[in-house]
Write a protein that binds this ligand. Structure first.
Ligand SMILES: [Zn+2]
Length: 237
């Protein structure tokens, strides 16, 4: 089956799309193209609505990567939806929730750029997010981080998307060293997110187009997670 078109890679702001059903497995629906982001990279799967050719609306309660490579499956709230391969559907994401994920995800990249140590984990949420650092001897402070984060946000840095091949990465080990998250290998070209003048990472997530869209940020808590590890919590005001 041809690879699903990830319309959210081209335009994270697209809220609606018409697509064709390619596979149905109980309440899970695969499409030829989607704007729904599948759970991954610390960012939750999108939710929203799928409208069938009969005009019936179905809630999409989660989005995941399929077991089949390069496919995405949308979970409806029922398996009694009547959809079958070949059907045309209209899909719409829960935009308010997604926009929060975009503002949060870009914030996480800014935060990573301020703490130059390896990132060991993280999670993006609509209300709060966190990033785990292997801090070593590095010192961090809540108020200082909040102030420096807000400076980066207010400086209106553009966010630019691209792709890089594994061969290019191999030729430029200095690029990999500056990445706080290591790029996945063996799955072809790697999508990249550049916050101009600030940060460059491999990332398949959805982001705002400019840091100014993030608004007011606050580091709400820094938690001890063992001798070297710190969990930094961030909220949007
Ligand atoms: Zn990311």
């Amino acid at each position: 089956m041809p690879e699903v078109t990830r319309a959210y890679y081209e335009d994270s702001y697209q809220k609606r799309l018409s697509a064709t059903v390619t596979a149905v497995d109980d309440e899970w629906i695969e499409l030829d193209a989607t704007i729904f982001y599948p759970l991954g990279g610390g960012q939750p799967g999108d939710i929203g609505v799928m409208t069938g050719p009969d005009g019936n609306e179905h809630k999409v309660i989660d989005t995941r990567k399929s077991d089949a490579p390069n496919q995405i499956r949308h979970q409806l709230d029922t398996d009694d939806h009547g959809l079958k391969p070949g059907d045309s559907v209209d899909i719409e994401i829960d935009w308010q929730r997604r926009l929060k994920h975009m503002r949060m995800h870009t914030s996480m990249h800014l935060l990573g750029s301020l703490i130059p140590v390896p990132v060991t984990g993280g999670s993006v949420g609509a209300e709060k997010s966190r990033l785990d650092f292997d801090l070593g001897e590095h010192q961090i402070d809540k108020l200082d981080l909040t102030a420096r984060m807000q400076q980066l946000v207010d400086a209106s840095h553009p966010v630019v998307f691209g792709t890089i091949t594994e061969a290019e990465l191999d030729e430029r080990p200095e690029l990999v060293r500056t990445m706080s998250v290591q790029p996945p290998r063996g799955a072809g070209d790697i999508r990249t997110v550049r916050i101009e003048g600030v940060d460059f990472q491999p990332c398949g997530g959805t982001h705002v187009n400019n840091t100014s869209e993030i608004g007011a940020v606050r580091i709400s808590k820094i938690e001890n997670k063992g001798k070297r590890n710190r969990r930094v919590h961030l909220v949007l005001e």
